[in-house]
Design a protein around this ligand. Structure first.
Ligand SMILES: Cc1cc2nc3c(=O)[nH]c(=O)nc-3n(C[C@H](O)[C@H](O)[C@H](O)COP(=O)(O)OP(=O)(O)OC[C@H]3O[C@@H](n4cnc5c(N)ncnc54)[C@H](O)[C@@H]3O)c2cc1C
Length: 456
């Protein structure tokens, strides 16, 4: 059985971080069959985190971010060709060039793309950018290097904040608009978002919170010239970066009958995709940003993450499970971790900060810009975020993994500082971000009960 699984045909759709790491792991695990990796980008797999950091700062060329290969995955690469459909019964992936790739097992690792500005005409103005790909980063870096008068960044999440930081580091004037009360509030909650807001302003960012951009304006010659805001004001700028988050690349699966929607493709703890009825498949696996997976530490809620470390860990588990029989399969239990660098802050997180109702400042202080904040949910530790204090993170990781009581013992990490009283974590209610139900049930008799996809 195990030997059979090490042969046959495996197709991976998505030739980026998760796709590459899965391909390498398949070979490390002894897979000797045929391996095909399909990617709609022409470039070989490259790394995205440097795109909003070193590349925008001019410290690295956009096309010098290729991902190092841990070993030759001995794969057939089909680059520059999008997958357009999946036939789960016939076990074939359809490609845009008319080809169909038969498979025995499939890994879906199609990640996300930048959410575009909703008005296509405004988005097409010269000077309006998004940032997800190597080409996006190259074009934006070139425009920043030319010294624009002002850059408008729409969205104060991690990507928007890092772009603003890179602009200020190069002495460029920058305005950030954020719909919420402060930057990073959706990811880190109220307390740290205040620090983020303070740091942006201290570094000269014109930060506008509680407002949305209502229109991007052109100069009459197709060039971006500024934007109207919901508070009635106007920002004059010559570059605009739309940083409104990511959209999961699932449209190509619309007729595949999988549990795929705006939050990604749901899978079990072993990375096997669920079909639209919630029944687990055994030959379709998912990994990386496009997946939603249950984690026991977070009440088995399906997590949709956009973290580099998760893409790698999940790809490795998926690949292992694709070539091993049931009892030898592994769960994807890695704790989520992520990092960001902006405005001189080194932010690192472990756990799921949004899975919280309270926080405590466990070490350091906002004033010192060196701190550790611990997040708790119903009396146990669920996440920690450090700012310029990454060494403590391992300790908090242990607390999360052991479901340690919240708040943690005062000064537990370095025995110097007492934990302050817990505060509400002030993470926006995720229901507010909900996309609504995607399926409806039909029929009354038990064998007629079916789910059908609701029209969008
Ligand atoms: C600017 C930027 C900065 C970041 N910084 C950090 C950071 O500091 N820390 C951190 O933890 N994470 C960071 N991330 C997130 C991290 O890069 C992602 O978590 C990671 O890239 C996920 O890898 P993935 O392979 O799952 O998906 P992706 O990297 O999105 O790759 C998916 C690939 O599949 C392709 N594809 C999509 N649809 C199809 C199709 N139908 N057919 C064929 N191919 C298809 C896509 O074009 C893409 O090449 C950053 C991301 C960006 C964009």
């Amino acid at each position: 059985m195990a030997d059979d699984l090490r042969k046959g045909r495996i197709v991976i759709v998505g030739a980026s971080l998760a796709g590459l790491r899965a391909a390498e792991t398949l070979r490390e695990e002894g897979f000797t069959g045929s391996l095909t990796v399909v990617g709609d980008e022409l470039r070989p797999p490259y790394d995205r985190p440097p795109l909003s950091k070193q590349v925008l700062l001019g410290q690295a060329a956009a096309d010098a971010t290729e991902l190092p290969m841990r070993r030759d995955p001995d794969a057939r690469w089909r680059l520059g060709v999008p997958a357009t459909g999946l036939d789960p019964l016939g076990k074939r992936v359809m490609l845009a060039d008319g080809d169909a790739l038969p498979f025995d097992r499939l890994l879906i690792a199609t990640g996300t793309r930048a959410r575009p500005w909703p008005n296509a005409e405004e988005a097409a103005l010269d000077g309006v950018f998004t940032l997800r790909t190597c080409d996006d980063a190259g074009l934006l870096a070139e425009r920043l290097a030319a010294g624009p008068q002002r850059v408008l960044v729409i969205g104060g999440g991690f990507t928007g904040s890092e772009i603003a930081s890179a602009c200020r580091e190069q002495g460029l004037e920058v305005t950030v608009t954020e719909r919420g009360p402060a930057p990073l509030v959706g990811a880190l909650g109220g307390t740290l978002s205040k620090l983020a807001a303070g740091m942006q302003r201290a570094h000269g960012v014109d930060l506008r919170c509680g407002v949305t951009v209502t229109a991007l304006c052109g100069d009459g010659n197709g060039r971006f010239s500024g934007a109207d805001l919901s508070d009635g004001s106007h920002v004059t700028a010559d570059v605009c970066v739309v940083a409104l988050g990511a959209v999961r690349n699932v449209e190509w699966l619309k007729d595949a009958g999988l549990a795929a929607g705006p939050r990604g493709i749901a899978c079990d703890g072993g990375c096997r995709a669920f079909d639209m009825y919630g029944i687990v498949t055994d030959d379709v696996f998912v990994a990386g940003d496009v997946s939603r997976f249950p984690h026991p530490l977070f009440e088995y809620q399906l997590l949709s993450l956009e973290h580099w470390g998760n893409a790698v860990a999940q790809a490795e588990v998926a690949a292992h499970n694709m070539v091993n029989p049931g009892p030898l399969r592994r769960p994807h239990l890695a704790l989520p971790t992520f990092w960001s660098s902006q405005f001189g802050l080194n932010i690192k997180a472990v756990g799921v900060p949004t899975f919280s109702d309270q926080i405590v400042l466990a070490q350091g202080s906002l004033e010192a810009r060196r701190l550790a904040v611990v997040y708790g949910y119903r009396g146990r530790v669920t996440a920690a975020v450090t700012v310029n204090m990454a060494k403590s993170l391992e300790y908090y990781q242990h607390l999360i993994e052991t479901a340690a009581p919240f708040p943690p013992a005062p000064g537990a990490a370095d025995r110097t500082l007492a934990a302050e009283l817990p505060l509400p974590s002030d993470v926006p209610d995720p229901k507010g971000l909900s996309h609504g139900p995607l399926v409806a049930l039909t029929g009354h008799l038990p064998d007629r009960r079916l789910t059908m996809v609701r029209p969008g």
